[in-house]
Each structure stands twice: as C-alpha cells, then as structure tokens.
Design a protein around this ligand. Structure first.
Ligand SMILES: [Zn+2]
Length: 164
C-alpha cells in the first residue's frame, strides 16, 4: 500500500513528537496509534534521557494496547512512527498482534546517516520489521519527511558529541 495524505498527516505528527523529544533532551522519535476508524488513540515519543533505554514510543504503544484495545482492535490499528521500529519494538508489536506499521524513515536509512556522520553503531542491530515480525504489513518511507528527520538526528548526534 502506498502512503496517502492521511498517512502523511499522521507521520507529520510523529515528526512533531520527535522534535518535542529532542527539545526535551530525549531522542527524536515519535509514534502515533490510529484505530480502524481513523481515530488517534495514543501517541508518545522517545523518553530515554532518565536512563531507561527501553522507553521507545513504539514499545509504549504495544504495552498501552494490551490494556486499552481488544485483539480485534489491535489487529485493525495502524502504528505510525517517525523511524522504523527497532527489533525490540518490532517484537512487542508482533507479540501484541498490532496491525499495519507506517514509518517515515527506515532503520537502514537512519543507519546510513549515522555511518556517513562517523557515529558508531548502537548496541542492537537495525533490522527491517519484517525480519522480526514477518506477518505485519509495513509501509514507508515518506521521502517528503526525510530532510527534516535527518536534521533532527544530526542535531542529536552533534549535541552528544558523536559527530566525527
Ligand atoms: Zn525501539
């Protein structure tokens, strides 16, 4: 499925949340859960600055869905994210039986940026969502949003002194 204007609108909100995260000292990742009727039910952004490195918004969404959505609602939901799920979050998404994922930037693209900037790879390998959760429909990227996200990630790495 290609991305339509509705998808892009939700992805733009993810980028806003990513920007909020960066401004607050966290990492620039944002995420929105939309139900089958098109209603935004939950949104969050990265919150790792206090030391819990598992506080990714995609993981929070999977956990939120356990107590707020039925199995049927989860399967019909779409999770939008500024950056493709990491393996931890892809596994949580898969275990909870959530539906479609739409990302603005792929893990591979983010990895290329980091590599171009001389930033060492993180502790967890970046794999496509379908390597972890093969049954999940995945769409992306949204090239319209790439420059904005690239700038946010560049700012993060610059602020942390990781640029070479
Ligand atoms: Zn993650």
């Amino acid at each position: 499925m290609t991305l339509d204007d509705t998808d892009l609108g939700h992805l733009r909100r993810c980028v806003e949340l990513a920007r909020e995260g960066l401004a607050d000292g966290d990492e620039p990742f944002g995420c929105v859960l939309v139900d089958a009727a098109g209603v935004v039910r939950f949104e969050d952004r990265n919150r790792v600055k206090d030391g819990d490195e598992t506080r990714h918004p995609e993981f929070e969404i999977a956990k939120w869905s356990a107590s707020h959505l039925t199995a049927e609602e989860r399967a019909g939901a779409t999770v939008y994210t500024s950056g493709e799920h990491c393996p931890m979050c892809a596994a949580a998404h898969g275990w909870m039986g959530l539906g479609r994922i739409v990302y603005a930037v792929s893990s591979a693209q983010l990895g290329e940026w980091l590599s171009d900037w001389g930033v060492p790879p993180g502790p967890v390998r970046a794999l496509p969502v379908n390597e972890i959760a093969p049954g999940v429909p995945v769409d992306g990227p949204a090239p319209e949003l790439a420059d904005e996200l690239r700038a946010l990630h560049h700012e993060l790495q610059r602020d942390r002194g990781r640029l070479r």
